[in-house]
Ligand binder design. Structure first.
Ligand SMILES: [Zn+2]
Length: 218
């Protein structure tokens, strides 16, 4: 009688990255060949979306594989923004996945003058407070500039989510599902924030946010 062998964890993770990437792309959360995803492998290495690839059209077998030191070992070459991912993992050893998008409403907020650079969005909803909390703005640097990695590195130990000025969000999570949920919450909150522009806002109080952090904080 034929037996079915369990799928190796790496194969499952490649399939999960491909599925999540397609879902993000199809819902317009990133466009063209923008946005990238990485996830930690059990051996300490990473899978990362390749350079120039569209999240809407990934080949699971071509996803880049990096070793525990961040060296490319197989698959297509990793995204040019790989350093955004590796600096997050360096600063946050418990993180299992990182998602970076050029999602429209978050990018729009990152272009606003006068936002609080220590915390770009107010706690409009409980889910935003739970899944993101504080969101610092990282000063603008051209894509690929090593100073961008340094700037992210200064914030990443204390923040699992950062917003790159005139660029987009980078969010780490314990696994791919957590990182994706959090970046989607950020995007929806940015959308609400812009929708409410010019109106008087009722936001969660510091005590209400502290209570959520105590109960559900990451
Ligand atoms: Zn980017």
């Amino acid at each position: 009688m034929a037996t079915t062998l369990p799928m190796p964890a790496e194969t499952l993770l490649r399939d999960e990255i491909t599925r999540v990437a397609l879902s993000l792309f199809e819902r317009g959360l990133t466009h063209g060949s923008t946005g990238n995803i990485s996830a930690r492998l059990e051996d300490g290495g990473w899978l990362m979306t390749p350079t120039g690839s569209s999240l809407g059209n990934l080949d699971p077998a071509a996803i880049s594989k990096l070793d525990a030191k961040g060296r490319h070992i197989s698959g297509d070459r990793p995204t040019k923004e790989a350093f955004l991912h590796t600096i997050m993992y360096d600063c946050r050893p418990a993180s299992g996945a990182v998602v970076h998008l050029h999602s429209t409403y978050s990018v729009a907020v990152s272009c606003l003058k006068g936002i609080d650079h220590a915390n770009c969005l107010p706690p409009i909803t409980a889910y935003y407070a739970m899944r993101i909390g504080r969101l610092p703005l990282v000063s603008y640097f051209p894509p690929g500039d090593p100073e961008l990695a340094d700037a992210v590195g200064k914030l990443a130990s204390n923040h699992h989510a950062v917003l790159l000025a005139n660029h987009g969000p980078v969010v780490a999570g314990t696994d791919l599902s957590a990182a994706t949920d959090a970046i989607e919450e950020l995007e929806e909150t940015a959308r609400l924030f812009l929708m409410l522009h010019g109106r008087e806002l009722s936001i969660l109080s510091p005590a209400q946010v502290a209570e959520l952090q105590r109960r559900f904080g990451n």
